[in-house]
Design a protein around this ligand. Structure first.
Ligand code: GDP
Length: 441
């Protein structure tokens, strides 16, 4: 079955029961799992190692929280750290006018499409865009840029039949300025791999048109190679921003972390589809949970931290420890679960679970079941709730009638309660579980 990172971390950290603080030793296993998750998200191995080192420093010495599992706690720390790192720097573009933007990157990364997306989005902000076609090698690139320019109603400068790219750039710039346009976007050539000639050409183009922004456009699925690409382009033309494209695909996006770590250049935008409106500023939090493969488990932890009252939980734990778990307590438990949101929304937050639960009607079933159980408990008198041993057969029949369920269901719930109580007694007898773990239940 699908095992999420939290499950793995929870397993890895089983031995943390009763420990008060995270330490380098007790976290070793968990950090190994995190490292594996980063690598499978295509984060470069050196970057993953450096990142783990940093997280380790953050974690060591922290108290083990009582309301979440240590695994969840670590996910939260890692997620926060990842979000902070990915979100360093601003997504704002230079405020200069006219604003000159040069787009660079490998072929197929989405430069041409992104040039048009950016023009469209900034046009809405009041800019007068002008596109300049500087990719003269890919046969259809100029046509493609002219087509998208037409779609967004923006002029496009192109010059066929000359290989002098820097000269084309200069001429395009002159024409755009003469037309009174104040946003000039240069769509440059890419190769399948970086080569010297390409780098020399864009360096010269940069020198001649002096752009305010140099944006590296990369496919979100690029993988380990991202480090090389980002490094080379940054050294050659000093990037001012990165655009990650194709985030609508299922790539885990580890390249974002790799490139950020290597270049320290902010990730400014995200491409989320083939249409010219599928464009957004970059959201580091979304990228972080994507890289960790955690769906929204982090917000689930946050929600749990917010809604479950520590004091309530402590009282409940106290009662469980004393072996005195009655129907009042069970009702409270149901209500705490309900506070977290509907069963389906809780399931939806768990990676891989949402769809599965939905398909199987599981969320519905669990929710209905909980409602019925709640109705049964509510049909008991307060005395019966506190002293379940009072529940003889005539009382059970009355409760079934009162809550509109079959007698068998009442019996089932009473049996379930007895089993829970027994389990708690056992744990208490075994003495293996500390109070912290009782609270978690
Ligand atoms: P270039 O060679 O870097 O100029 O890349 P293009 O702009 O020609 O894009 C290559 C392909 O990727 C095209 O088919 C685009 O439609 C597609 N593409 C670009 N950005 C995105 C995106 O954000 N999502 C998806 N799904 N496709 C994209």
């Amino acid at each position: 079955m699908f095992e999420s990172l939290t499950d793995k971390l929870t397993n890895a950290m089983r031995h943390l029961r009763g420990t008060a603080k995270l330490s380098e030793e007790n976290m070793a296993e968990a950090l190994k799992e995190v490292r594996a998750a980063l690598l499978s998200a295509d984060v470069h191995f050196k970057v993953a190692r450096a990142f783990i080192e940093r997280v380790k420093e953050k974690c060591v010495g922290q108290d083990v929280l009582k309301t979440v599992t240590p695994g969840q706690q670590i996910i939260k720390i890692i997620n926060d750290e990842l979000t902070a790192l990915l979100g360093e720097g601003s997504t704002e573009l230079s405020s200069k006018k006219p604003l000159k933007i040069m787009m660079v990157g490998l072929q197929g990364g989405g430069k041409t499409t992104t040039s048009a997306k950016l023009a469209k989005s900034l046009k809405k902000d009041g800019y007068k865009p002008h596109l300049v076609a500087c990719d003269i090698y890919r046969p259809a690139a100029i046509d493609q840029l002219e087509t998208v320019a037409g779609q967004i109603g923006v002029p496009c400068f192109a010059k066929r039949g000359t290989p002098d790219v820097p000269a084309i750039g200069e001429e395009g710039l002159r024409e755009a300025l003469a037309a009174g346009d104040d946003l000039i976007i240069f769509d440059t050539a890419g190769r399948l791999q970086i080569d010297e000639q390409l780098i020399d050409e864009i360096k010269e183009l940069k020198r001649r048109v002096n752009p305010d922004e140099v944006l590296l456009v990369v496919d979100g699925a690029i993988g380990q190679e991202a480090v090389n690409v980002a490094k080379t382009f940054n050294e050659a033309v000093q990037l001012t921003g990165i655009v990650m494209t194709k985030l609508d695909g299922d790539a885990r996006g580890g390249a974002a972390l790799s490139m950020k770590e290597i270049t320290e250049v902010p990730i400014k935008f995200a491409g989320t589809g083939e249409k010219l409106d599928d464009f957004d500023v970059f959201h580091p939090d979304r990228m972080a949970s994507r890289i960790l493969g955690m769906g929204d488990v982090v917000s689930l932890v946050e929600k749990a931290q917010e809604t479950i009252d520590e004091k309530d939980a402590a009282n409940m734990a106290e009662r469980m420890m004393s072996g005195d778990f009655n129907f009042e307590d069970m009702l409270k438990q149901f209500r705490q679960i309900k506070k977290l949101g509907s069963m389906s929304s809780i399931m939806g937050m768990l990676p891989g679970m949402g769809k599965m639960a939905g398909n199987m009607g599981m969320d519905d079933k669990a929710e209905k079941q909980m409602k019925r159980s709640e109705a049964i408990i509510l049909s008991m008198t307060p005395k019966e709730r506190q002293k379940p041993q009072l529940l003889n057969s005539s009382r059970r029949t009355r409760i079934a009638r009162g809550s509109g369920v079959k007698l068998a269901e009442v019996n089932q719930l009473i049996k379930q309660h007895m089993q829970m109580k027994k389990m708690m007694k056992k744990m208490q007898g075994g003495g293996k579980m500390g109070k912290g773990n009782m609270k978690k239940m």
